[in-house]
Design a protein around this ligand. Structure first.
Ligand code: SF4
Length: 250
């Protein structure tokens, strides 16, 4: 078994159906930034992720994240469409592939106790797509109880401070960082290109500005308080995420 469904139920954000799917159990996946890690996806349980982004129904798995973009009505067709999405996750890659496999029945549902066993001694990336805040905290506490190491990020740190135990607060400004730290998080801050890091922050070694020296699977600083790291992490805006800062500055 290379993947499984570890949660199928309502989103903590809006009660709509979501699923949590762990993939790469045997082969460690093929993500070039993270290296070999079990990739855990959080997606709508009833919609292709590409459609959910266009209708705005991705709110169930991403909440109020600023990188979702906004929904406008196309005046010609009357259809809803997404404008200004700046999320770094490319939907055509992981999320669509996982959705297609899910709808083909590739991933069996397992109990949380079984999920805990299957993930024991693995390195896991929580939220290869989707925010861990969409999932009941108890699911994470049980399923991740015996993992070797993990990385996780949440934009929903205001709403779900219990995630600080195993997730970094994703921050898009220094003000965000101050608030997230007050709630008990370590932070992962994306800063505008050229801006220096702040006191208490270390550079992400997987960043282009650091020569992409290390993959997450061998760094593992981004596991919230579960990680051995104490410093916060920062990275220059890059890829699709840089769009958000360009819009803010305009
Ligand atoms: S600091 Fe380490 S774990 Fe965090 S994103 Fe960068 S390489 Fe990955």
């Amino acid at each position: 078994m290379n993947g499984f469904v570890l949660y199928r139920g309502p989103s903590m954000i809006d009660g709509q159906p979501i699923v949590v799917i762990a993939t790469g159990l045997e082969d460690g996946g093929s993500n070039s930034k993270t290296g070999p890690m079990v990739q855990i996806y959080i997606i709508r349980g009833d919609q292709n992720p590409l459609e959910a982004v266009q209708t705005g129904d991705d709110v169930s798995i991403c909440g109020s994240c600023v990188h979702r973009g906004r929904i406008e009505i196309d005046p010609k067709t009357g259809n809803r469409k997404n404008v200004g999405r700046s999320c770094y996750v490319t939907l055509m890659h992981g999320p669509r592939v996982v959705w297609d496999a899910f709808t083909r029945g590739v991933y069996p549902d397992v109990t949380l106790a079984k999920a805990r066993k299957l993930l024991a001694r693995k390195r896991c990336r929580i939220g290869a797509y989707g925010d861990p805040g969409a999932v009941p905290l108890k699911v994470w506490q049980t399923a991740l109880a015996q993992v070797d190491e993990l990385t996780g990020y949440t934009h929903l740190w205001r709403e779900y401070p219990g995630l600080a135990d195993f997730s970094m607060a994703s921050c898009d400004s220094e003000a965000d960082r101050i608030m997230a730290k007050a709630l008990g998080f370590r932070t992962y801050r994306v800063r505008p290109k050229g801006e220096p890091k702040a006191a208490g922050e270390g550079h992400c070694p997987a960043a282009a500005e650091m020569g992409k020296a290390v993959q997450c699977a061998y760094c593992l600083l981004c596991g919230g308080h579960r990680s051995g790291g104490k410093a916060d992490i920062t990275i220059e805006a890059h890829g699709a995420g840089a769009k958000h800062f360009a819009l803010e500055a305009a």
